[in-house]
Design a binder for this molecule. Structure first.
Ligand code: GLN
Length: 476
Protein backbone atom coordinates (compact mmCIF):
# COMPACT_ATOMS: atom_id res chain seq x y z
CA UNK A 1 0.00 0.00 0.00
CA UNK A 2 1.28 3.42 -0.92
CA UNK A 3 0.64 5.24 2.36
CA UNK A 4 2.00 2.36 4.45
CA UNK A 5 5.05 2.00 2.24
CA UNK A 6 5.62 5.75 2.35
CA UNK A 7 5.66 5.54 6.13
CA UNK A 8 8.10 2.61 6.11
CA UNK A 9 10.37 4.53 3.75
CA UNK A 10 10.18 7.64 5.92
CA UNK A 11 10.99 5.62 9.03
CA UNK A 12 13.84 4.00 7.11
CA UNK A 13 12.59 0.50 7.90
CA UNK A 14 13.04 -0.18 4.18
CA UNK A 15 14.58 1.53 1.18
CA UNK A 16 13.17 2.11 -2.24
CA UNK A 17 15.87 -0.11 -3.70
CA UNK A 18 14.91 -2.97 -1.39
CA UNK A 19 11.19 -2.59 -2.09
CA UNK A 20 11.77 -2.22 -5.81
CA UNK A 21 14.00 -5.29 -5.93
CA UNK A 22 11.29 -7.33 -4.19
CA UNK A 23 8.68 -5.98 -6.58
CA UNK A 24 10.83 -6.81 -9.61
CA UNK A 25 11.31 -10.38 -8.40
CA UNK A 26 7.54 -10.72 -7.93
CA UNK A 27 6.83 -9.17 -11.34
CA UNK A 28 9.22 -11.58 -13.03
CA UNK A 29 7.52 -14.50 -11.33
CA UNK A 30 4.04 -13.14 -12.08
CA UNK A 31 1.79 -16.07 -12.92
CA UNK A 32 -1.25 -13.88 -13.58
CA UNK A 33 0.11 -12.35 -16.81
CA UNK A 34 -0.28 -8.89 -15.32
CA UNK A 35 2.77 -7.44 -17.07
CA UNK A 36 3.63 -6.95 -20.72
CA UNK A 37 6.97 -5.30 -19.96
CA UNK A 38 9.18 -4.92 -16.92
CA UNK A 39 11.60 -2.00 -16.90
CA UNK A 40 14.19 -3.41 -14.55
CA UNK A 41 16.98 -0.96 -15.35
CA UNK A 42 14.68 2.08 -15.22
CA UNK A 43 13.09 0.95 -11.97
CA UNK A 44 16.39 0.27 -10.24
CA UNK A 45 17.78 3.63 -11.33
CA UNK A 46 14.65 5.44 -10.12
CA UNK A 47 14.78 3.59 -6.80
CA UNK A 48 18.42 4.51 -6.25
CA UNK A 49 17.71 8.13 -7.12
CA UNK A 50 14.84 8.13 -4.63
CA UNK A 51 17.00 6.71 -1.85
CA UNK A 52 19.63 9.36 -2.56
CA UNK A 53 17.03 12.13 -2.35
CA UNK A 54 15.81 10.74 0.94
CA UNK A 55 19.34 10.60 2.34
CA UNK A 56 19.72 14.28 1.40
CA UNK A 57 16.40 15.19 3.01
CA UNK A 58 14.98 16.10 -0.40
CA UNK A 59 12.14 13.57 -0.63
CA UNK A 60 9.53 14.64 -3.17
CA UNK A 61 6.32 13.47 -1.49
CA UNK A 62 4.24 10.44 -0.64
CA UNK A 63 4.96 8.57 -3.88
CA UNK A 64 8.71 9.02 -3.73
CA UNK A 65 10.36 5.60 -4.03
CA UNK A 66 7.07 3.69 -4.37
CA UNK A 67 6.86 1.03 -7.14
CA UNK A 68 3.88 1.50 -9.47
CA UNK A 69 2.79 0.09 -12.82
CA UNK A 70 1.19 1.70 -15.86
CA UNK A 71 -1.39 0.31 -18.22
CA UNK A 72 0.34 -0.30 -21.52
CA UNK A 73 -1.61 2.35 -23.41
CA UNK A 74 0.21 5.07 -21.46
CA UNK A 75 3.38 6.23 -23.18
CA UNK A 76 6.73 5.68 -21.47
CA UNK A 77 9.78 7.19 -23.10
CA UNK A 78 12.20 4.46 -24.18
CA UNK A 79 9.97 1.63 -22.91
CA UNK A 80 7.90 -0.31 -25.45
CA UNK A 81 4.21 0.63 -25.32
CA UNK A 82 1.91 -1.70 -27.21
CA UNK A 83 -1.70 -0.88 -26.22
CA UNK A 84 -2.07 -4.68 -26.16
CA UNK A 85 -1.94 -4.71 -29.96
CA UNK A 86 0.26 -6.41 -32.52
CA UNK A 87 0.02 -3.12 -34.34
CA UNK A 88 2.32 -1.51 -31.76
CA UNK A 89 4.28 -4.60 -30.68
CA UNK A 90 7.57 -2.85 -31.47
CA UNK A 91 6.64 0.73 -30.70
CA UNK A 92 9.01 2.59 -28.40
CA UNK A 93 7.60 6.03 -27.56
CA UNK A 94 9.95 8.98 -27.94
CA UNK A 95 8.29 10.81 -25.03
CA UNK A 96 6.39 10.26 -21.78
CA UNK A 97 2.66 10.76 -21.39
CA UNK A 98 1.91 13.70 -19.09
CA UNK A 99 0.75 11.28 -16.37
CA UNK A 100 3.99 9.28 -16.70
CA UNK A 101 6.05 12.45 -16.43
CA UNK A 102 4.05 13.57 -13.39
CA UNK A 103 4.50 10.25 -11.61
CA UNK A 104 8.22 10.41 -12.30
CA UNK A 105 8.31 13.99 -11.02
CA UNK A 106 6.63 12.74 -7.83
CA UNK A 107 9.45 10.21 -7.44
CA UNK A 108 7.38 7.10 -8.20
CA UNK A 109 9.30 4.07 -9.47
CA UNK A 110 7.74 2.79 -12.68
CA UNK A 111 8.17 -0.95 -12.57
CA UNK A 112 6.58 -1.86 -15.85
CA UNK A 113 3.65 -1.89 -18.21
CA UNK A 114 0.50 -3.88 -17.67
CA UNK A 115 -1.68 -5.97 -19.94
CA UNK A 116 -4.97 -4.73 -21.41
CA UNK A 117 -7.62 -5.51 -23.96
CA UNK A 118 -6.30 -4.29 -27.30
CA UNK A 119 -6.57 -0.47 -27.37
CA UNK A 120 -8.79 -0.71 -24.28
CA UNK A 121 -11.58 -2.49 -26.14
CA UNK A 122 -12.98 -5.13 -23.84
CA UNK A 123 -14.05 -6.03 -20.33
CA UNK A 124 -11.90 -9.08 -19.63
CA UNK A 125 -8.28 -8.47 -20.76
CA UNK A 126 -8.75 -11.54 -22.95
CA UNK A 127 -8.70 -9.27 -26.02
CA UNK A 128 -4.99 -8.60 -25.49
CA UNK A 129 -3.01 -9.63 -28.58
CA UNK A 130 -0.38 -11.17 -26.31
CA UNK A 131 -1.93 -13.12 -23.43
CA UNK A 132 -4.96 -13.13 -21.14
CA UNK A 133 -4.55 -11.82 -17.59
CA UNK A 134 -5.84 -13.95 -14.72
CA UNK A 135 -7.66 -12.87 -11.58
CA UNK A 136 -5.41 -13.25 -8.51
CA UNK A 137 -8.48 -14.30 -6.47
CA UNK A 138 -9.17 -17.19 -8.84
CA UNK A 139 -6.78 -17.77 -11.71
CA UNK A 140 -9.46 -19.46 -13.82
CA UNK A 141 -11.39 -16.18 -13.92
CA UNK A 142 -10.99 -12.80 -15.58
CA UNK A 143 -9.64 -9.84 -13.59
CA UNK A 144 -12.00 -7.68 -15.65
CA UNK A 145 -10.85 -5.22 -18.24
CA UNK A 146 -9.63 -3.44 -20.01
CA UNK A 147 -7.18 -2.45 -17.24
CA UNK A 148 -6.95 -6.06 -16.05
CA UNK A 149 -3.15 -6.13 -15.93
CA UNK A 150 -3.02 -3.10 -13.63
CA UNK A 151 -5.71 -4.69 -11.45
CA UNK A 152 -3.89 -8.01 -11.19
CA UNK A 153 -0.52 -6.34 -10.51
CA UNK A 154 -1.94 -4.42 -7.54
CA UNK A 155 -4.24 -7.17 -6.24
CA UNK A 156 -1.38 -9.67 -6.32
CA UNK A 157 0.66 -7.24 -4.23
CA UNK A 158 3.40 -6.78 -6.84
CA UNK A 159 3.05 -2.99 -6.93
CA UNK A 160 1.45 -0.59 -4.48
CA UNK A 161 -0.66 1.14 -7.10
CA UNK A 162 -1.18 1.36 -10.83
CA UNK A 163 -2.74 3.58 -13.44
CA UNK A 164 -5.54 2.40 -15.65
CA UNK A 165 -7.71 4.10 -18.22
CA UNK A 166 -11.49 4.16 -18.24
CA UNK A 167 -13.56 4.79 -21.36
CA UNK A 168 -16.64 2.86 -20.31
CA UNK A 169 -15.62 1.25 -17.03
CA UNK A 170 -12.11 -0.08 -17.56
CA UNK A 171 -10.77 1.17 -14.24
CA UNK A 172 -13.83 0.55 -12.09
CA UNK A 173 -14.87 -2.91 -13.30
CA UNK A 174 -11.43 -4.55 -12.96
CA UNK A 175 -11.08 -2.83 -9.57
CA UNK A 176 -14.40 -4.41 -8.55
CA UNK A 177 -13.28 -7.82 -9.82
CA UNK A 178 -10.01 -7.75 -7.86
CA UNK A 179 -11.01 -6.09 -4.59
CA UNK A 180 -9.41 -2.72 -5.33
CA UNK A 181 -10.29 0.93 -5.28
CA UNK A 182 -10.46 2.34 -8.81
CA UNK A 183 -11.16 5.97 -9.58
CA UNK A 184 -12.16 7.41 -12.93
CA UNK A 185 -11.73 11.15 -12.51
CA UNK A 186 -14.02 13.78 -14.02
CA UNK A 187 -13.41 14.11 -17.76
CA UNK A 188 -10.71 16.76 -18.10
CA UNK A 189 -9.20 16.45 -14.64
CA UNK A 190 -6.33 14.21 -15.75
CA UNK A 191 -4.42 14.84 -18.96
CA UNK A 192 -4.86 12.43 -21.86
CA UNK A 193 -1.71 13.67 -23.59
CA UNK A 194 0.41 10.64 -24.44
CA UNK A 195 -2.36 8.17 -23.69
CA UNK A 196 -3.12 6.05 -26.74
CA UNK A 197 -6.58 7.18 -27.78
CA UNK A 198 -9.57 4.84 -27.86
CA UNK A 199 -12.59 7.18 -27.68
CA UNK A 200 -11.31 10.65 -26.92
CA UNK A 201 -14.50 12.16 -25.51
CA UNK A 202 -14.76 9.33 -22.96
CA UNK A 203 -11.17 8.32 -22.06
CA UNK A 204 -9.75 9.22 -18.65
CA UNK A 205 -6.71 7.99 -16.71
CA UNK A 206 -6.99 7.14 -13.03
CA UNK A 207 -5.56 5.22 -10.08
CA UNK A 208 -6.12 1.59 -9.04
CA UNK A 209 -5.04 0.97 -5.46
CA UNK A 210 -5.63 -1.07 -2.32
CA UNK A 211 -7.11 1.81 -0.30
CA UNK A 212 -9.07 5.00 -0.81
CA UNK A 213 -6.24 7.06 0.65
CA UNK A 214 -3.82 5.58 -1.88
CA UNK A 215 -6.18 6.50 -4.73
CA UNK A 216 -6.23 10.06 -3.39
CA UNK A 217 -2.44 10.15 -3.28
CA UNK A 218 -2.10 8.96 -6.86
CA UNK A 219 -4.79 11.33 -8.12
CA UNK A 220 -2.96 14.22 -6.49
CA UNK A 221 0.19 13.31 -8.40
CA UNK A 222 -1.33 13.01 -11.86
CA UNK A 223 -4.17 15.54 -12.02
CA UNK A 224 -4.17 19.14 -13.16
CA UNK A 225 -4.19 21.34 -16.20
CA UNK A 226 -2.04 20.36 -19.15
CA UNK A 227 -1.69 22.56 -22.20
CA UNK A 228 -0.91 19.46 -24.27
CA UNK A 229 -4.50 18.17 -23.86
CA UNK A 230 -7.10 20.49 -25.37
CA UNK A 231 -9.84 19.08 -23.13
CA UNK A 232 -7.80 19.45 -19.96
CA UNK A 233 -9.50 21.48 -17.28
CA UNK A 234 -7.97 24.02 -14.96
CA UNK A 235 -10.41 23.04 -12.21
CA UNK A 236 -8.74 23.71 -8.91
CA UNK A 237 -6.68 21.01 -7.34
CA UNK A 238 -7.87 20.03 -3.91
CA UNK A 239 -5.91 18.34 -1.20
CA UNK A 240 -7.65 15.01 -1.52
CA UNK A 241 -6.17 13.67 1.66
CA UNK A 242 -7.86 16.51 3.54
CA UNK A 243 -11.23 15.69 2.03
CA UNK A 244 -10.99 12.08 3.20
CA UNK A 245 -11.77 13.16 6.71
CA UNK A 246 -15.04 15.01 6.11
CA UNK A 247 -17.34 12.03 6.77
CA UNK A 248 -20.79 11.42 5.33
CA UNK A 249 -23.02 13.07 7.87
CA UNK A 250 -25.92 14.79 6.10
CA UNK A 251 -24.81 13.56 2.69
CA UNK A 252 -27.62 12.48 0.40
CA UNK A 253 -26.91 9.25 -1.41
CA UNK A 254 -29.13 8.22 -4.31
CA UNK A 255 -29.85 4.65 -5.34
CA UNK A 256 -30.95 4.72 -8.97
CA UNK A 257 -33.74 2.21 -9.57
CA UNK A 258 -32.58 1.58 -13.13
CA UNK A 259 -29.20 0.35 -11.89
CA UNK A 260 -30.66 -2.61 -10.06
CA UNK A 261 -31.03 -4.47 -13.31
CA UNK A 262 -32.66 -7.77 -14.14
CA UNK A 263 -30.21 -10.61 -14.08
CA UNK A 264 -28.04 -8.97 -11.48
CA UNK A 265 -26.27 -11.40 -9.18
CA UNK A 266 -28.34 -11.47 -5.95
CA UNK A 267 -25.21 -11.60 -3.79
CA UNK A 268 -23.99 -8.39 -5.43
CA UNK A 269 -27.32 -6.66 -4.92
CA UNK A 270 -27.38 -7.67 -1.26
CA UNK A 271 -23.85 -6.50 -0.67
CA UNK A 272 -24.40 -3.16 -2.42
CA UNK A 273 -27.62 -2.46 -0.51
CA UNK A 274 -25.81 -3.35 2.71
CA UNK A 275 -23.12 -0.80 1.84
CA UNK A 276 -25.83 1.85 1.42
CA UNK A 277 -27.27 0.87 4.83
CA UNK A 278 -23.83 1.18 6.32
CA UNK A 279 -23.51 4.72 5.00
CA UNK A 280 -26.96 5.48 6.39
CA UNK A 281 -25.84 4.30 9.81
CA UNK A 282 -22.93 6.76 9.53
CA UNK A 283 -25.34 9.66 9.09
CA UNK A 284 -25.99 9.81 5.34
CA UNK A 285 -29.54 9.68 4.04
CA UNK A 286 -30.52 7.23 1.31
CA UNK A 287 -32.72 8.55 -1.46
CA UNK A 288 -34.58 6.56 -4.09
CA UNK A 289 -33.67 7.91 -7.52
CA UNK A 290 -34.59 7.57 -11.16
CA UNK A 291 -32.22 8.08 -14.08
CA UNK A 292 -34.79 7.42 -16.79
CA UNK A 293 -32.51 7.36 -19.84
CA UNK A 294 -30.21 4.69 -18.39
CA UNK A 295 -31.70 2.06 -20.66
CA UNK A 296 -30.27 3.83 -23.70
CA UNK A 297 -26.75 4.22 -22.31
CA UNK A 298 -25.38 0.93 -23.59
CA UNK A 299 -26.55 1.47 -27.16
CA UNK A 300 -25.41 5.10 -27.06
CA UNK A 301 -21.96 4.16 -25.84
CA UNK A 302 -21.57 1.37 -28.37
CA UNK A 303 -22.23 3.86 -31.16
CA UNK A 304 -20.14 6.77 -29.90
CA UNK A 305 -17.11 4.77 -28.71
CA UNK A 306 -16.68 2.81 -31.97
CA UNK A 307 -17.19 6.01 -34.01
CA UNK A 308 -14.41 7.76 -32.16
CA UNK A 309 -12.28 4.62 -32.27
CA UNK A 310 -12.65 4.27 -36.02
CA UNK A 311 -11.42 7.83 -36.40
CA UNK A 312 -8.58 7.52 -33.84
CA UNK A 313 -7.35 4.24 -35.25
CA UNK A 314 -7.13 5.65 -38.77
CA UNK A 315 -3.60 6.72 -37.94
CA UNK A 316 -2.33 3.13 -37.97
CA UNK A 317 -1.72 2.93 -41.67
CA UNK A 318 1.62 1.12 -41.80
CA UNK A 319 3.29 4.32 -42.99
CA UNK A 320 4.04 6.50 -40.01
CA UNK A 321 4.39 3.96 -37.23
CA UNK A 322 3.13 0.63 -36.07
CA UNK A 323 3.02 -2.66 -37.92
CA UNK A 324 3.90 -2.53 -41.61
CA UNK A 325 3.08 -5.42 -43.91
CA UNK A 326 6.02 -6.91 -45.78
CA UNK A 327 6.42 -7.19 -49.56
CA UNK A 328 3.65 -4.88 -50.64
CA UNK A 329 3.51 -3.40 -54.11
CA UNK A 330 0.99 -0.60 -53.86
CA UNK A 331 -0.15 1.93 -51.26
CA UNK A 332 -3.69 0.57 -50.92
CA UNK A 333 -2.32 -2.90 -50.36
CA UNK A 334 0.02 -1.49 -47.70
CA UNK A 335 -2.92 0.00 -45.80
CA UNK A 336 -5.10 -3.05 -46.15
CA UNK A 337 -2.55 -5.64 -45.23
CA UNK A 338 -0.93 -3.63 -42.43
CA UNK A 339 -4.29 -3.05 -40.80
CA UNK A 340 -5.58 -6.57 -41.38
CA UNK A 341 -2.45 -8.09 -39.87
CA UNK A 342 -2.00 -5.56 -37.05
CA UNK A 343 -5.49 -5.34 -35.53
CA UNK A 344 -7.30 -8.09 -33.63
CA UNK A 345 -10.88 -9.08 -34.32
CA UNK A 346 -12.59 -6.98 -31.62
CA UNK A 347 -10.75 -3.87 -32.82
CA UNK A 348 -11.75 -4.61 -36.41
CA UNK A 349 -15.35 -5.05 -35.28
CA UNK A 350 -15.32 -1.63 -33.59
CA UNK A 351 -13.70 0.04 -36.59
CA UNK A 352 -16.35 -1.40 -38.88
CA UNK A 353 -19.21 -0.41 -36.54
CA UNK A 354 -17.83 3.10 -36.19
CA UNK A 355 -17.11 3.62 -39.86
CA UNK A 356 -20.58 2.42 -40.72
CA UNK A 357 -22.28 4.69 -38.16
CA UNK A 358 -20.31 7.70 -39.40
CA UNK A 359 -20.88 7.10 -43.08
CA UNK A 360 -23.00 9.49 -45.06
CA UNK A 361 -26.62 8.43 -44.87
CA UNK A 362 -26.20 6.76 -41.49
CA UNK A 363 -24.52 9.61 -39.62
CA UNK A 364 -27.82 11.25 -38.67
CA UNK A 365 -29.54 8.00 -37.82
CA UNK A 366 -26.77 6.68 -35.56
CA UNK A 367 -24.03 9.11 -34.61
CA UNK A 368 -26.09 12.27 -34.30
CA UNK A 369 -28.89 10.40 -32.54
CA UNK A 370 -26.41 8.89 -30.09
CA UNK A 371 -25.01 12.34 -29.31
CA UNK A 372 -28.53 13.59 -28.62
CA UNK A 373 -29.25 10.71 -26.27
CA UNK A 374 -25.90 11.32 -24.60
CA UNK A 375 -27.17 14.80 -23.73
CA UNK A 376 -30.33 13.30 -22.21
CA UNK A 377 -28.25 10.92 -20.09
CA UNK A 378 -26.10 13.83 -18.93
CA UNK A 379 -29.24 15.78 -18.01
CA UNK A 380 -30.57 12.85 -15.99
CA UNK A 381 -27.50 13.14 -13.81
CA UNK A 382 -27.67 16.93 -13.61
CA UNK A 383 -31.20 16.65 -12.31
CA UNK A 384 -30.37 13.84 -9.93
CA UNK A 385 -27.48 15.80 -8.48
CA UNK A 386 -29.83 18.61 -7.51
CA UNK A 387 -31.20 16.23 -4.90
CA UNK A 388 -28.28 13.98 -4.03
CA UNK A 389 -24.54 14.30 -3.49
CA UNK A 390 -23.54 10.80 -4.55
CA UNK A 391 -25.14 8.10 -6.69
CA UNK A 392 -24.54 4.55 -5.46
CA UNK A 393 -24.88 1.28 -7.38
CA UNK A 394 -23.07 -1.95 -8.08
CA UNK A 395 -20.03 -1.61 -10.33
CA UNK A 396 -20.73 -4.82 -12.24
CA UNK A 397 -23.97 -6.79 -12.36
CA UNK A 398 -22.03 -10.05 -12.23
CA UNK A 399 -19.03 -11.63 -10.52
CA UNK A 400 -15.80 -12.26 -12.47
CA UNK A 401 -16.55 -14.85 -15.12
CA UNK A 402 -14.37 -17.72 -16.35
CA UNK A 403 -11.64 -16.76 -18.79
CA UNK A 404 -13.11 -18.85 -21.58
CA UNK A 405 -16.68 -17.51 -21.18
CA UNK A 406 -18.42 -14.98 -23.46
CA UNK A 407 -15.66 -15.19 -26.05
CA UNK A 408 -17.87 -15.85 -29.04
CA UNK A 409 -20.61 -13.43 -27.97
CA UNK A 410 -19.46 -9.82 -28.18
CA UNK A 411 -22.89 -8.50 -27.21
CA UNK A 412 -22.86 -10.49 -23.96
CA UNK A 413 -19.52 -8.87 -23.22
CA UNK A 414 -20.84 -5.35 -24.00
CA UNK A 415 -23.79 -5.93 -21.65
CA UNK A 416 -21.37 -6.32 -18.75
CA UNK A 417 -20.61 -2.58 -18.95
CA UNK A 418 -24.19 -1.46 -18.36
CA UNK A 419 -23.54 0.10 -14.94
CA UNK A 420 -20.24 1.83 -15.68
CA UNK A 421 -20.76 3.48 -19.08
CA UNK A 422 -23.26 6.22 -18.21
CA UNK A 423 -20.65 7.92 -16.02
CA UNK A 424 -18.29 8.27 -19.00
CA UNK A 425 -21.05 9.52 -21.28
CA UNK A 426 -21.80 12.25 -18.74
CA UNK A 427 -18.11 12.98 -18.00
CA UNK A 428 -18.61 12.42 -14.26
CA UNK A 429 -16.18 11.07 -11.67
CA UNK A 430 -16.79 7.45 -10.65
CA UNK A 431 -15.19 5.25 -8.05
CA UNK A 432 -15.40 1.53 -7.37
CA UNK A 433 -14.42 0.04 -4.04
CA UNK A 434 -14.78 -3.33 -2.39
CA UNK A 435 -17.97 -3.80 -0.37
CA UNK A 436 -18.02 -7.54 0.19
CA UNK A 437 -17.01 -11.01 -0.86
CA UNK A 438 -19.21 -13.59 -2.57
CA UNK A 439 -19.83 -17.03 -1.11
CA UNK A 440 -17.35 -18.27 -3.72
CA UNK A 441 -14.69 -15.91 -2.35
CA UNK A 442 -14.78 -13.36 -5.17
CA UNK A 443 -14.66 -9.61 -4.54
CA UNK A 444 -17.79 -7.47 -4.92
CA UNK A 445 -17.51 -3.79 -5.83
CA UNK A 446 -19.78 -0.84 -5.12
CA UNK A 447 -19.75 2.16 -7.44
CA UNK A 448 -20.04 5.78 -6.32
CA UNK A 449 -20.71 8.51 -8.89
CA UNK A 450 -20.28 12.19 -8.15
CA UNK A 451 -20.90 15.65 -9.54
CA UNK A 452 -18.45 16.98 -12.08
CA UNK A 453 -15.15 17.83 -10.36
CA UNK A 454 -16.50 16.69 -7.02
CA UNK A 455 -14.03 13.86 -6.45
CA UNK A 456 -13.76 15.20 -2.89
CA UNK A 457 -17.23 13.95 -1.94
CA UNK A 458 -16.63 10.62 -3.63
CA UNK A 459 -13.37 10.10 -1.79
CA UNK A 460 -14.74 11.04 1.61
CA UNK A 461 -17.78 8.78 1.13
CA UNK A 462 -15.50 5.97 0.05
CA UNK A 463 -13.15 6.54 2.97
CA UNK A 464 -16.04 6.42 5.46
CA UNK A 465 -17.37 3.23 3.93
CA UNK A 466 -13.94 1.62 3.81
CA UNK A 467 -13.33 2.33 7.50
CA UNK A 468 -16.79 1.12 8.49
CA UNK A 469 -16.66 -2.10 6.47
CA UNK A 470 -13.08 -2.85 7.45
CA UNK A 471 -12.86 -5.68 4.90
CA UNK A 472 -9.79 -7.79 5.15
CA UNK A 473 -9.59 -9.11 1.67
CA UNK A 474 -6.41 -10.80 0.63
CA UNK A 475 -5.57 -12.97 -2.31
CA UNK A 476 -5.69 -16.56 -1.16
N1 GLN B 1 -15.65 -2.53 -22.01
C1 GLN B 1 -15.82 -1.23 -22.61
C2 GLN B 1 -15.42 -1.30 -24.05
O1 GLN B 1 -15.06 -2.32 -24.49
C3 GLN B 1 -15.04 -0.18 -21.85
C4 GLN B 1 -13.60 -0.25 -22.09
C5 GLN B 1 -12.84 0.86 -21.45
O2 GLN B 1 -13.31 1.52 -20.53
N2 GLN B 1 -11.65 1.10 -22.00
O3 GLN B 1 -15.47 -0.35 -24.76
Amino acid sequence: MIAALGKALAEKSTTSLETTTTALTAAKRDTFNAFLAIDEAGALAAAKASDERRARGATLGPLDGVPVALKDNILTEGVVTTAGSKMLANFTPPYDATVTARLKAAGAVILGKTNLDEFGMGSSTVNSAFKPTKNPFDATRTPGGSSGGSAAAVAAGIVAGALGTDTGGSIRQPAAFTGLVGLKPTYGRVSRAGVIAYASSLDQVGPMTRTVEDAALMLEAIEGFDAADSTSSDAKKTSWRESLRSGVKDLRIGLPREYFVDGMDPEIERSVRAAAKQLESLGASIVDLSLPHTKFALATYYVIAPCEASSNLGRYDGVRYGHRAADVKQLKELYERSRSEGFGSEVKRRIMLGTFALSSGYYDAYYRKAQQVRTLITRDFEQAFQNVDVVLSATSPVLPWKLDEKLDDPLAMYLMDVLTLPCNLAGLPGLSMPCGVSSSGLPIGVQLLGKRFDEATLLCTAQSLESALNLKQEVR
